[in-house]
Design a protein around this ligand. Sequence first.
Ligand SMILES: NC(=O)c1ccc[n+]([C@@H]2O[C@H](COP(=O)([O-])OP(=O)(O)OC[C@H]3O[C@@H](n4cnc5c(N)ncnc54)[C@H](OP(=O)(O)O)[C@@H]3O)[C@@H](O)[C@H]2O)c1
Length: 399
Amino acid sequence: MSARGIAILGSTGSIGCNSLRVIEALGAERFKVVALAAGRNVKKLADQIERFGPELVSVESEESLAELRRELSARGISSPRLSVDEVGLVEVATHDQAECVISATVGAVGFVPTLRALEAGKRVALANKETLVMAGELMTRAAAASGAELLPVDSEHNALHQCLRGEKRSEVRRIVLTASGGPFRKRDKQGIAKATVAEAMQHPTWNMGAKITIDSATLMNKGLEVIEAHWLFGFSPDEIGIVVHPESVVHSMIELVDGSIIAQMGVTDMRHAIQYALTYPERHPSSLPPLDLAKLASLNFEQPDLERFPCVGLAYRALRTGGTLPAAMNAANEEAVHAFIDERIGFGDIPRIIAEVMDRHQPAPVTNLESVLHADSSARAAARLAIGRLTTGTNLSAA
Ligand SMILES: NC(=O)c1ccc[n+]([C@@H]2O[C@H](COP(=O)([O-])OP(=O)(O)OC[C@H]3O[C@@H](n4cnc5c(N)ncnc54)[C@H](OP(=O)(O)O)[C@@H]3O)[C@@H](O)[C@H]2O)c1
């Protein structure tokens, strides 16, 4: 058996690093890292080059590229083939020795490279949910045309994939995504609006990158996941439910027509989902400790509060409307989250900005790549204007 080639987009991030740990644990006879793409964390990337010896490596900018060259030469590591920017991301995503591409950049930057990987017929282990939110139709069409497999790494969708294995679609009534509820599950609306960056970064159960952690605090993460689930599994908005489950032990569940519920449970460690996506349809022993149910005093479930967390409703609205509205919503969310992390706007401004951009957006059909990129850039411009007005003290609704 020859080792299967793996390319990773976003290798220095939370999912990227966990993916490398999984690959290492599964052994060099099974998987070989052939290409890596990262942003600016040159030191971590140099460590990865030293350890995994990829043939191709890409970074975000010429500046990072120069820094990487210096770092490799100072450490006496021979340089792999190097590339940069979106061209580099696409080269990594379509590397001819890569059978599987782990899509783990954050936000819209992963969209084109992930689409190219699917067009090239690669298995895509997808963490970068924003790509499916932006253009699920294009992604799934590309996968169907090339025969590429799209396997979810997001723990909820990975759980659903496991629950749906072997079930007939006609016998599944609905799917239910679980949500931890985030750090503000018990706060009132006014308290949520005033949350600080440090508070919003305290995720109760998962340790993740900054953007998804803020998305989890607004519950937009769950909204993005509703759209992701629609494209991955073909359920309508009315057939996709959400339940808050603070322990994050049940990763998601399906409800069958006879009323049975099948849930997938496990420890809160993304390495389970990553390994599943890499080894599917096989299962391999994992080095992670299994879930100890006896140690869990209880499992709790509650309805999400859509009034305190309006981002969930915005995502359902985007999915129901369709066309380019989900791409516009995603772009506005990314801009608002970055502005919040930079302390330019308050936490309560995030849903307001997204709603304003969505209200102004004229949804068009997603016909091709350009229609999505156009919706993305015009929504970003609208979001930046709204953010600018807030930072200069102009009332959002009055503008
Ligand atoms: N973390 C989780 O547990 C988790 C769970 C489910 C789903 N997800 C999803 O997985 C994706 C990644 O999340 P994460 O938490 O791993 O994010 P993260 O820790 O912030 O990592 C993001 C990665 O993308 C790279 N990157 C950013 N901008 C780039 C650019 N312009 N060009 C090339 N690379 C770029 C970063 O590089 P540098 O760091 O080198 O700049 C880093 O390697 C997100 O879509 C998230 O929603 C994450």
